[in-house]
Design a protein around this ligand. Structure first.
Ligand SMILES: [Zn+2]
Length: 719
């Protein structure tokens, strides 16, 4: 997953304009008095062209800083809109690129707090500011004089004299203003803005409800008997969690987060507790209480459908996909439906294997969803003799991080050096300077925040704190990777699963996408590409985890230091597509429901019922659930972000699998020539060219789906 810069995204992508209201004149004058003392409003100082002042952030400063930033930005934009000179690229589009730098810095830190340190006082600010930010975005995208100027530059015959990057930027501004309602009548604009503010409130409610349930619910493991089947490191993590939540007199707790729940479901011998934990997890946001998200979702869907109609699209999905690589929901559906039958057929085989094993053990059970991970693990052991716990002993968090640095050195020619002279928002965060290996030149900074904590949202993501650009000066990027590993005892190596190591490489792929950026304009920088393309660089990087170069040197035993034995590596390779039925089906079920919810138009939707009926129509196997059930589907409902866009992971993975083929057909994963081509055509170009064109330049043709089917171990259809 990846976080985008709130404001830049808002202005240019139209979509997040919908994340983003009005600052009353009174407020503005009142807050300007703060600007001298509010550290959030100051230019970033210190080394590396300035760094975020995390050591000076106080939650109380957010509101006045956001308001002052918005006011400043509106003044800057108004100056462009009312410029008496005839509109040109420089005095309109390039000028727009230079606006909002204060607000950019403020919202960057504001959203970092939202993801990592969402304390109750922060959440109060968030509830108040979300609709205001939404209205602010609309104020810009609905500025008629400004749009007329953008339109004039877009339609001018002089456009052809601009560089390709400038032409693309002009197109993007024009399209996104149109997509955000610039051509609507005044009355429609007012309604659109009201919808966006309403949505922003609902997104905040949705996210806060979810966070509340993840941080506030757990299952208590009373005594040693409740720990049956768990490894020592899982027992320690459960005990740590209990002490952090001050649950006295227990052997530990299972938190209501994926990183606590999944391992428990995989290893706990206690079927009764597995059921309890599973039910807690899949019912997040769906408990009929104050934190129930169903009514919020129904309202979000209605508002999105109304907005799409207002903007001239049949549904929210059509509006969302217009600028994506897929272009239409039909094309995205076509891909998902092509893969679905193979995925559920594989689930059938997996369940049969698990049932047979359970019968052989005399378990006298029928496989239920809370048994899937547990018996899958047993089958994995029996069939492939592969024990995830054994693998884990070779996967230390810090060594995997070093392995990522190694790959970045080989393919991207980067070096990573720790720096200690910059402030961080939590002592767990480390900072690294990235340089070019050959020239020693500064490339950017990478912040790494690996551990779970209260107020931090679950999952793993990448964020850009500053985008690379060189409009006026050579600005270097600052990026971060964040995840939720459970911190073990002090001084002990944190052992992670193969899946977790894969996720680390994935997020690092986003970071490298940001770090490789080599563009002129900030809006086109780094990861600012279409949603269904942005997961391609990250998913591609996952492939390097299993290369012998990485495994031999970095997958070393946490006690003996010996590299992972080849026999174990062979087993991992052999089991690579194991449980792919489960993985693809739980993902695709979410992606299909997301798309269908947003293709349903403005009919009134009961999310629970819709989910049930849609899954039944798809013949969803009863032994598993969606990876993200609707009431907890943050991708779709905590912002517009991945709404009608969860398919993107599959879309991108088609490209990924096909792209890795270029290395396989070459000299292998470390083929320097292919690597250089990859950086030049994909990682460094940001959104300066159409992604389909960029890919064709890299690969010599369009991506084909066959490589994906093969990668997942599914039969390749002869169509
Ligand atoms: Zn991602």
């Amino acid at each position: 997953m990846l976080n985008r810069n709130l404001v830049r995204f808002a202005l240019v992508f139209g979509t997040a304009a919908f994340l983003l209201m009005t600052v009353s004149q009174n407020d503005t004058t009142r807050v300007s008095a703060f600007s001298e003392t509010n550290p959030l409003l100051q230019k970033w100082e210190g080394p590396y062209g300035g760094i975020p002042p995390f050591d000076k952030v106080k939650v109380a400063d957010f509101k006045p800083a956001l308001e002052a930033g918005m006011a400043e930005n509106l003044t800057e934009v108004e100056k462009i809109a009312t410029n008496p000179s005839a509109p040109t690229f420089e005095n309109t589009i390039a000028a727009m690129e230079k606006t909002g730098s204060t607000l950019d810095r403020v919202t960057t830190i504001y959203s970092i707090w939202g993801g990592n340190m969402a304390t109750p006082d922060y959440q109060t600010v968030q509830r108040e500011m979300a609709p205001k930010l939404a209205a602010f975005g609309d104020k810009i995208s609905q500025n008629e004089a400004l749009f007329k100027r953008i339109e004039a530059v877009y339609n001018s015959p002089d456009k052809n004299k601009l560089t390709a990057e400038q032409q693309r930027l002009t197109w993007l501004y024009y399209t996104n203003f149109v997509r955000a309602g610039a051509r609507l009548q005044a009355e429609q604009k007012t309604r659109l803005s009201a919808i966006n503010q309403e949505l922003a409130k609902h997104f905040t409610t949705f996210g806060q409800n979810l966070l509340g349930e993840e941080n506030g619910q757990w299952v208590v493991l009373k005594d040693e008997a409740d720990l049956a089947g768990l490894s020592q490191s899982l027992k320690d993590a459960a005990a740590e969690a209990a002490s952090s939540k001050k649950v006295a007199g227990s052997a530990g707790i299972v938190m209501n987060t994926r990183s606590s729940v999944d391992p428990f479901l995989t290893y706990s011998d206690r079927r009764d507790l597995r059921e309890k934990v599973w039910k807690m997890f899949v019912n997040r946001g769906d408990n009929g209480d104050k934190a129930d998200n169903n009514a919020t979702i129904a309202q979000i869907l209605q508002l999105r459908a109304e907005r799409a109609k207002l903007l001239g699209f049949p549904t929210h999905a059509h509006w969302r996909l217009e600028n994506a690589m897929a272009k239409t929901p039909e094309r995205a559906m076509e891909l998902m439906e092509a893969v679905w039958p193979a995925a559920i057929a594989r689930v059938g085989e997996e369940v049969a294997d698990m049932q047979a094993l359970a019968n052989k053990e005399g378990a006298k059970i029928t496989i239920e969803p809370w048994d899937y991970r547990y018996y899958a693990e047993k089958v994995r052991k029996a069939k492939y003799d592969l024990d995830q716990n054994e693998v884990k002993q070779y996967l230390q968090l810090e060594k995997i991080r070093d392995a990522m640095f190694y790959v970045a050195g080989e393919i991207f020619n980067f070096t990573f050096t720790p720096v200690t002279n910059v402030p961080v928002f939590h002592p767990d965060v480390t900072v690294w300077e990235v340089k070019d290996k050959t020239t020693g030149k500064h490339v950017g900074l990478w912040y790494f925040d690996p551990y779970a904590r209260d107020g931090k949202r679950s999952g793993a993501w990448m964020n850009a704190y500053r985008n690379q650009e060189r409009m006026d000066a050579d600005i270097k990027t600052i990026v971060s990777n964040n995840s939720n590993f459970i911190k073990g005892k002090p001084g002990e190596a944190v052992l992670i699963s193969w899946d977790d190591a894969t996720t680390m490489f994935h997020e690092f792929g986003h970071a490298l996408h940001g770090l490789s950026s080599n563009v002129t304009y900030p809006t086109l920088s780094g990861t600012a590409v279409s949603r269904d393309y942005v997961e391609f660089p990250s998913q591609l990087l996952e492939h390097w985890l299993s290369t012998p170069e990485v495994l031999q040197k970095y997958a070393v035993h946490y006690q003996t230091g010996k590299p992972i034995p080849q026999t174990l590596v062979d087993k991992i390779a052999k089991a690579a597509t194991f449980n792919e039925g489960f993985d693809t089906t739980e993902y695709l079920a979410s992606a299909l429901v997301d798309m269908k919810l947003h293709l349903a138009g403005d009919q009134k939707i009961d999310p629970d019922k819709f989910e049930r009926e849609t899954l039944a129509a798809l013949n969803m196997p009863k032994e598993l659930v969606m990876r993200h059930r609707t009431p907890q589907f943050g991708h779709a409902f905590s912002s517009d972000g991945y709404s009608a866009g969860y398919y993107s992971y599959l879309w991108s993975d088609v490209i990924t699998a096909d792209a890795f083929g270029a290395f396989v057909e070459g000299k292998g994963p470390y083929d320097k020539a292919v690597g250089a081509k990859l950086v030049k055509n994909i990682f460094s170009v940001g959104n300066t060219i159409d992604p389909a064109d960029a890919y064709r330049t890299f690969r010599g043709r369009d991506p084909k789906v066959e490589a994906l089917m093969k990668k997942r171990g599914f039969p390749v259809s002869k169509k």
